[in-house]
Design a protein around this ligand. Sequence first.
Ligand code: 5RP
Length: 264
Amino acid sequence: MVVVGDWGFQNRLNRIIKPKSGRCVMLAIDHGYFGNIPGQLKCFTDMKPLFEYADALMLTRGMLRNCVPAELDVPIVLRVSAGASMLKELSNEEINVSIEDAIRLNVSAITCSIFVGGEYEKQSLMNLSKLVNFGQEYGIPVLAVTAVGREMVRDARYLGMASRMAAELGATFVKTYYCENFEEVTSICPAPVVIAGGKKIEERDALQMSKNAVEKGAKGVDMGRNIFQSDSPLGMIQAVRAIVHDNASVDEAYEIYKQGPKGL
Ligand code: 5RP
């Protein structure tokens, strides 16, 4: 039920999580914000053909301004946190984009990472809380990313706890990693959950992971490397879409991937 005062918030969210399927395929290309510049991100201008297949792009202010044509009608999930490179302590980040600039950029959601168990856990949780307060004030959904520190185990207990905490703090939706017993993550988190792809794996395995995730309660993916580092990024994003939006089987999706053009 949408109350009148929440119209802008709901409209932005509906642009990302599509009401028809209740699911979404976001393309994550924010990796460079901490100095991680894999594969196609080195020559980001080549990625435009992918954008039209994404329900939303998750990226930084700099990537948005430089790499996404303003005429493109794709919702933006803007990363608004920064402060540490992959050479230092990743959890030591703060909010680096004003809400005014996020609004000026016409974003559909804002996002930051939380580092539960990390050295700067409190700072990251307060970052999320700041975004939730901004979001409440201006009607902008907030995506919380449950980032995993080097020493954290990516299991259902940890990821479920971090996802639940994000929802308790007011995140609109939560991005986490897929793990064994993933239903224990989604069942404990009252906000919609999407999965990150993680490091590049075989295409069939990435499709199987996407299938498992939605079957176990995820509302979709916010995937980066397993799409743009594939030998067929266009085939891969369409294959993931078929699983997420059309409930395609892994075999059907793999055929879609195989028929995709090589490269971008
Ligand atoms: C970094 C992020 C990335 O967007 C996230 O890792 C998703 O990309 P990938 O599918 O390549 O893992 O949030 O903190």
